[in-house]
Each structure stands twice: as structure tokens, then as C-alpha cells.
Design a protein around this ligand. Sequence first.
Ligand code: HEM
Length: 154
Amino acid sequence: MTVAAPPALLRLLHGLTAALLPLAWLSGWVVYSLYDGRWGRLPQPISADWIDIHGSIGVALWPVALLFVGYALTAGRWRLRRAANALPLLALVLAVGSGKLMQEDWLRDGQLHHLAYSLHLLAWLLIALAVPLHLLALWRRGGPALLATMLRWH
Ligand code: HEM
């Protein structure tokens, strides 16, 4: 079975988002573990300025996410009728939006009570649910052939 590839602009923006988002998610996990840890901690990671690393990935992600969200809400709107596509987009918007409202020193100063930080944690959780659900739904709909359409350059 051949599956038609999505438009090139969607593949580009979606691909950049799908590459950067897991990096932001993973580094965010390390930051939570080092500076928060209320629900458990990871084993001590390599020592580095993880807030800075996470922030830099966030800086790279947000303009890409902005373009991707713009595309998805206009030209790709019909794809969002599927909850499995809409949910990761919602999680992405929440993550990037709440991240932009956060200040670098909050966690260093032990300030864990800010609303933006709570929303950022919620977004992290939502991403952990929405992205696997997105992949599972696509797999069930079209198997590896459908997943591969988003990864193809040509
Ligand atoms: C990592 C974070 C990811 C996010 C935030 C995300 C988000 C989205 C969104 C919002 C759409 C709809 C786009 C539109 O409205 O035009 C979409 C579609 C799609 N995504 Fe993802 N995605 C992610 C990862 C992946 C991965 C890793 C794959 C496959 C390898 C994938 C495969 C697809 C495919 C095939 C479609 C088209 C589905 C359709 O036509 O209904 N996605 N994705």
C-alpha cells in the first residue's frame, strides 16, 4: 500500500518539532530532578548547567513551534479533527507558552509555586501521554508506512 506524503512544509516543520521536542522533554526531566524532585528524582546526571541547556533547546524550539502551530491551525486544520493529532499540538502550545513565561532563576532559588511552572510541568506530563498516543494512533491507522510519510524528505 502506498500512502501519500504530507506537504513538504508540514514535513519540515513537523520534523524539526519532533526532533527538538524530545530533547526539551528529556532535559526538562533532568532539570525537574535536580531542582524540584517532589515526586522522585532521577539518578544524578552528568554535571552541567542543565537549566541553561534546557533553556537553549527551548529557545530553538519556540520559533519552530510557532510556525508549526501556525501551519497546523491553518493549512493543516483538517488533520486536527483527529484527537491524536490535536492533543500533541495542545501539549506543545502549553509547553512553549508556559516556558516563555518562566524565569531562569525561579528553580535555582527554590521557587516552585509559580503558576507558569505548574503549567510547564503539566505540559511535560501531557507530552508524555500525547506523543506516544499520536504514534500509536498513526500506527493503527496506517502502520509503519504512514509513520514513514512524515520522515521522508522527498
Ligand atoms: C514529537 C512530537 C510530535 C508532535 C508534537 C507531533 C504533532 C503533530 C501534529 C500537530 C500533527 C497534525 C499536523 C497538521 O495539522 O497539519 C501531526 C501529524 C502527523 N504526525 Fe506528528 N507529532 C510528533 C511526532 C511524530 C513522529 C515521531 C511521527 C512519525 C515518525 C509523526 C507522524 C505524523 C504523521 C504521519 C502525521 C499526519 C497524520 C494525518 O495525516 O492525520 N509525528 N503530528
